[in-house]
Design a protein around this ligand. Structure first.
Ligand code: GLN
Length: 245
């Protein structure tokens, strides 16, 4: 199958090698005989409605977010429609914040979001930096990564987090949860990049994208020795020092 990926603002929102997540999805798809067709959707570009199975957006400093936020709100309609129609989304850190209602940055400027995820974010003075380990009970799995954000994300009442924080700060350093998920839309603060050390989640996203593409969602199991080792190292680092200013 051809899996159509829409990479939002690859030139502006791409820190901590977030672009590496696309490389992981492409390789894991190729190993199962599928092909990733990645289209860049930047400032001024149209969102090809109904033609994208998986949208991806990476992280960025406040400055980069400010450069794309207004353009992104101009894409609200087609992006909300795409999510309603079952397209999958992975949004990391700065991209995650802009899928909510707004991000008030360190300077106090309020950047509008598209309101796809039930949350808002307000920056604090101290950055939350370090390794993170999550318990994703919905998948019976753990997720490991690295966070670096000033934003404190507040989920709406009843909103589903991506995971419970085992070690690290997570959304706001106090709620004990990280990220948000709704339908096939996943937002997280976890960089690294995220997917090389969490192969189960990469496959979960591929399965969601294949479901949207109308293809077989079953994926052959891969050995993933290195990936599991990377997860274990990241998890151990999080347990030893995550979540401390
Ligand atoms: N600029 C945002 C913040 O500081 C997001 C940072 C990021 O993407 N790492 O919270």
């Amino acid at each position: 199958m051809k899996i159509r990926v829409g990479h939002l603002y690859p030139d502006y929102l791409n820190i901590y090698a977030d672009r590496g997540n696309i490389a992981v999805l492409a390789e894991r798809a190729r190993l199962r005989g599928h092909e990733l067709d990645v289209r860049s959707i930047g400032v001024g570009d149209r969102v090809p409605a109904g033609e994208i199975d998986l949208f991806y957006v990476g992280g960025g400093q406040d400055r980069e977010q400010a450069l794309v936020a207004h353009d992104l709100t101009g894409k609200t309609g087609p992006l909300l429609d795409a999510a309603e129609e079952g397209a999958a989304f992975l949004a990391v850190c700065g991209g995650y914040q802009l899928l909510g209602r707004f991000y008030r940055d360190v300077s106090g400027a309020e950047l509008p979001g598209i309101g796809l995820l039930p949350l808002h974010t307000i920056a604090g003075q101290r950055r939350m930096i370090g390794d993170v380990l999550l318990d994703c009970t919905w998948a019976g799995r753990t997720m490991a990564g690295f966070e670096n954000h000033a934003g404190r994300t507040i989920l709406d009442e009843g909103a589903e987090p991506l995971g419970r924080v085992v070690a690290g700060f997570g959304n706001d350093g106090v709620s004990g949860v990280e990220g948000c998920r709704r339908q096939r839309v996943y937002g997280t603060y976890l960089h690294g990049p995220l997917l090389p050390r969490n192969p189960w989640f990469a496959d979960h996203l591929l399965g969601e994208a294949l479901a949207h593409a109308g293809g077989p969602t079953e994926l052959a199991t891969l050995p993933d020795e290195l990936e599991h080792e990377a997860h274990a190292v990241s998890a151990a680092r999080a347990r030893s020092r995550g979540g401390r200013f």
